[in-house]
Design a protein around this ligand. Structure first.
Ligand SMILES: [Zn+2]
Length: 242
């Protein structure tokens, strides 16, 4: 069976002398690990298209228990991110989130659209790293079923009024005095609601002052780590740069 799909290369592992094992985030089949034979050779036509942070059209077939890439044509490359260690580290964190959270053998178009948009905005510097990190983390959480409840206080049911608390383990809001959590301003609450409620193409269209972007990034990261109960080496590395 031959499968054709567009995909972002999340990770590349060299195997043998000239082959690669490539982890793809495909739009049609989610996360897929496939071999690209002879792709390490510089004269291979697949050499560029199977490098990490390359978005390509792939043709893949199944042979026994393995998937083999027999053609790859680059559509967009994000290689410039490699020139800036902070951007590269953040891009690699997005890739490891996608690898961990996106489904396998089912469509993952929304994950792919988020990561491609975030990489594009990271490359063009149209949005800060804090902003992009927060938005990507929060939307991925919503995709995998950890949609936070940002409507009313979970204890008394009152509408948010002024500064509220966001409980990262429960994924819900409390007024001060009704429960515990991270303090969030009305601006940060509005931003989180915006990301959760809007489709991918509109979710980036909001702005916050720089200090609130930082706070949003801090809260979304805590939320993601509390909900997934996982550690991400790429995140630890990214944070070690600051
Ligand atoms: Zn309350």
């Amino acid at each position: 069976m031959r499968m054709n799909t567009d995909a972002l290369v999340l990770r590349v592992k060299d195997t043998g002398e000239s082959d690669r094992l490539v982890t793809l985030l495909t739009s049609e089949f989610g996360v897929l690990r496939a071999f690209a034979n002879r792709a390490k050779k510089i004269n291979s036509k697949m050499h560029g298209a199977t490098q990490s942070l390359c978005y390509s059209d792939f043709s893949v077939y199944k042979s026994r228990d393995s998937y083999i890439i027999d053609d790859a044509v680059a559509k967009e490359v994000f290689f410039e991110l490699r020139d800036d260690i902070e951007k590269l580290a953040l891009a690699q964190y997005f890739c490891s989130l996608a690898e961990e959270l996106a489904p396998e053998m089912e469509p993952a178009r929304d994950f792919l659209r988020v990561i491609l948009n975030s990489l594009h905005l990271l490359r063009t510097q149209r949005r800060s790293k804090d902003f992009l990190k927060a938005v990507t983390e929060l939307k991925f959480m919503a995709f995998v079923g950890f949609m936070p409840d940002l409507t009313v206080c979970s204890r008394c049911g009152n509408e948010p009024d002024g500064e509220m608390l966001f409980n990262v383990s429960e994924g819900c809001l409390y007024c001060q005095g009704c429960g515990s959590g991270e303090k969030i301003t009305p601006g940060i609450l509005a931003a989180m609601r915006h990301v959760c409620a809007n489709p991918v193409e509109r979710m980036y269209s909001f702005s916050l002052p720089e200090n609130e972007e930082k706070r949003l990034a801090y809260i979304c990261e805590k939320f993601l780590l509390a909900q997934t109960r996982r550690q991400f080496k790429a995140l630890d590395f990214y944070k070690s740069l600051f």
